[in-house]
Write a new protein. Structure first.
Lengths: 221, 80
């Protein structure tokens, strides 16, 4: 699997993401700086990592969404390349309109940093192929703006089309309908607030995130 | 020319920050506050030749996220 990790000023989960990708695929991803206007050829996966790109100025992900590299990411997504946005990466993908809705301040105001239970809602996507639908997994979250909101029509469409990939097992941040991760219409773009790359080896306290990357390895390479 | 852009949350969008401010005002003993919504004020200094369309585009592309926010543009000809 040939992958790339996008790096913005203020990204801080880029190396964790790179390590998870290297662990699963045996191949180090290309690290692509936000000023680049082109991506390496032949990519199977683009990861937009967590962090605080551009200091979360204006809105989380707003500035990063306008950076030159995101135009290339959009083009790649349109061609069907898999794109995974985690945490700030999810915020960037919504701001770039690759995914619908928006991520707002947590309903409880506080930053939430803990392991959370997630229910896998859709096991048909490239990202969730190694999970069972309805399965409960544990993945950590660490965010201030993870409160997913969209209008009812959009939420109905996401649910009706099986585009809710993960739902929180309990109350975490006020997200509409407990949504933790969503897919785009074509199913090749996933945005999620929890951090699968932080749950890929026993020393992390669990390996539930590993199967997300293994599923990608099987389906997109 | 000075432009002020007011960015506010759309009606019906939950505003946790506004709620916290409301709660804090009540905690200070202020009565009669029915609700609080927090927004942003962005001031731009632009060339006189900048068109309304260009400013509107700035709002749609970056300054506001129209999924959750509304914006209002105010021109102040003479910056004090």
């Amino acid at each position: 699997m040939r992958s790339a990790v996008i790096v913005f000023p203020g990204s801080n989960c880029d190396r964790d993401m790179a390590e998870a990708l290297r662990l699963v695929s045996g191949r180090a991803p290309a690290m692509v700086w936000h000023r680049e206007s082109e991506l390496p050829d032949g990519l199977d996966l683009i990861a937009v990592p967590g962090g605080f790109s551009y200091g979360d100025y204006l809105r989380s992900g707003a500035m990063a969404a306008q950076s030159p590299v995101m135009r290339a990411v959009k083009e790649a997504a349109d061609r069907g390349v898999a794109v995974l946005g985690v945490c700030n990466g999810f915020q960037v993908l919504t701001e770039a309109r690759l995914l619908p809705g928006a991520l707002m301040r947590n309903a409880g105001i506080r930053f939430v940093c803990r392991d959370v239970a997630l229910r896998v809602e859709n096991s048909q996507s490239a990202f969730t192929a190694r999970y069972q639908a309805g399965e409960e997994i544990v993945i950590p979250v660490a965010h201030h703006d993870g409160n997913y909101q969209a209008d009812d029509e959009t939420l109905d469409r996401l649910e009706g089309d099986g585009r809710v990939a993960f739902r929180y097992g309990g109350e975490v941040n006020g997200s509409a309908r407990g949504i933790a991760g969503i897919l785009n219409e074509a199913g090749n773009v996933l945005g999620m607030m929890p951090h699968p790359e932080r749950m890929v080896e026993a020393a992390h306290g669990g390996e539930d995130g590993l199967r997300l990357f293994e599923g990608l390895l099987e389906t997109v390479s | 020319m000075k432009i002020r852009v007011y960015v506010t949350l759309k009606n019906g969008v939950l505003d946790p920050q506004g709620k916290a401010i409301h709660h804090a005002l009540e905690g200070l003993g202020f009565e009669g506050v029915q609700g609080v919504r927090a927004g942003k004020l962005i001031e731009l200094e632009v060339d006189e030749s900048t068109s309304d369309d260009a400013i509107d585009e700035m709002c749609r592309k970056l300054l506001a996220n129209t999924v959750i926010e509304n914006y209002r543009i105010e021109r102040t000809e003479n910056a004090a």
